[in-house]
Design a protein. Structure first.
Length: 458
């Protein structure tokens, strides 16, 4: 009898223990699903599936809930970025603009991307984050669409159809551009309706509805006048939101599988000395160069090339006469009253950037008495706007920039006298991008300063 009772007690305790473990697993698994990261991942899925309102709503709650601290700024910045993109897709442009700027502030130089998504077709996003090259691409696509609209409203439907089909073929090679794709499908549907092609009209109207939503149109296109727009679209079978199977079974299977696979993957690819982890490299670095030129008693042409592209060619006259010691070029430059300032943003290959600066035919502006001097000055500041680091064991953060000192002007080494008291001076810098050392504070701005003068004696 004693043995039987002991067995029953053990069985009872085992059952209780099992229930407690199952409850703990349920709690842990549920808690995992409710993490901000899980909510963000779900919002990414909603956006990718075209459910922009659902993504917008969940991201609004998420951004309110996540505390703005140093550890969460990048995550919160990407949440605001996706929120803004969802709002732009919903034509909530004022809110989208504000949240893009919030995202830019939080990301603070980090790349404005969400893995698996492309925002290149969103005009508000492009206005805040795009490079000049990307803006040029956007302007070209928008100009092509405007040309198609112009032909459509001029009742040149064949011409509009040709332009729109050409635009669609361009989209095949591009990611993103969802809004412009939707508007292109809508206008193409209207064009086919005008050309009496009902099936094609309905087909493209349905594609437009999938992207833009029901009832969304473009300026000047009245949907109530398009009879085929009201045609129903065929429902495509897909996954439902219902969860199937036993939650506990899924949780146990998930935990067991994740433990085994995750341990192997972590060791091979993510542990400190992972055998298969690549060394990593910067594949793209976008920099901003700010430069100010000054001078005294000089006439010259100054030019500036970056990676073989001429950014500046300008003739300047500095008629201010130096006062005091001409050898003290630092003090003279500080007193210069005429200056020119420029700012350039350039995307590089992530490895290097070549800068060539020239002063051509640098001569004295005037020399009423001897000795007299001519002086040139410049200040260069360069900073990292964004970067991509791929295949790395660990993203080391924003790169440092080496080689700015090469822009310093040495009159003996960098200037040649082309004729009496007229010189041409050239400095070139091969800037390289290097990962900061472990524990090193990331430097924000790298600078070079020039102050140099020539004196002529009687």
């Amino acid at each position: 009898m004693s043995d039987f009772k002991g067995y029953s007690l053990c069985k009872f305790l085992a059952i209780i223990l099992s229930v407690l473990i199952a409850g703990q697993i349920h709690f842990a698994f549920s808690a995992q699903e409710e993490t901000p990261e899980a909510k963000f991942k779900a919002a990414v899925t909603e956006y990718a599936n075209g459910h922009y309102a659902l993504a917008r709503n969940s991201l609004t709650e998420l951004t309110r809930a996540v505390e703005e601290n140093e550890q969460s700024k990048i995550f919160l910045g990407r949440a605001y970025l996706l929120l803004a993109a969802s709002e732009e897709m919903l034509k909530e442009n004022e809110a989208a603009s504000a949240h893009y700027l919030k995202a830019k502030e939080l990301l603070a130089g980090e790349e404005a991307v969400v893995e698996g998504l492309s925002f290149s077709g969103l005009s508000l996003y492009m206005g805040v984050f795009a490079t000049p090259q990307a803006r040029d691409e956007a302007n070209a696509l928008n100009a092509q669409f405007e040309e198609a609209k112009k032909k459509y409203f001029a009742e040149d439907y064949e011409g509009a159809k040709a332009e729109l089909e050409k635009l669609m073929s361009t989209f095949d090679a591009l990611e993103g551009w969802e809004i412009l794709k939707g508007e292109t499908y809508l206008l193409l549907g209207a064009t086919h309706e005008k050309l009496k092609y009902k099936e094609l009209a309905v087909k493209y109207y349905c594609k437009a509805k999938e992207i833009l939503g029901e009832g969304k149109t473009i300026a000047g296109l009245e949907l109530k006048k398009l009879k085929y727009y009201k045609e129903e679209c065929r429902v495509v079978a897909g996954e439902t939101g219902a969860k199937k199977g036993s939650f506990l079974g899924k949780a146990l299977g998930f935990l067991l599988g994740a433990a085994i696979i995750g341990g192997v993957v972590w060791y091979l690819f993510f542990s400190k000395n992972a055998p298969f982890k690549a060394k990593g490299a910067y594949t793209s670095v976008t920099v901003k160069l700010d430069v100010t030129f000054k001078g005294l008693n000089s006439n010259t042409w100054h030019t500036l090339d970056m990676d073989g592209v001429n950014m500046l060619t300008e003739h300047v006259v500095y008629d201010q006469v130096p006062v005091g010691d001409c050898e003290d070029t630092e003090t003279q430059c500080a007193s210069a009253g005429t200056s020119q300032s420029y700012s350039y943003t350039v995307e590089t290959d992530g490895k290097s950037l070549d800068i060539i600066q020239k002063y051509i035919d640098w001569e004295f502006h005037a020399c009423p008495s001897y000795p007299c001097c001519k002086i040139l000055c410049s200040d260069y500041d360069i900073s990292v706007v964004s970067y991509k680091y791929e295949s790395g064991k660990k993203d080391p953060g924003s790169p440092s920039i080496e080689g700015m000192e090469q822009l310093d002007l040495d009159l003996d080494e960098d200037c040649i006298e082309t004729s009496t008291n007229i010189h041409t001076c050239t400095t070139s810098a091969h800037l390289t991008f290097k990962a900061p050392s472990t524990g090193q504070q990331v430097q924000k701005v790298f600078s070079a300063h020039q102050s140099a003068g020539k004196t002529v004696q009687n």
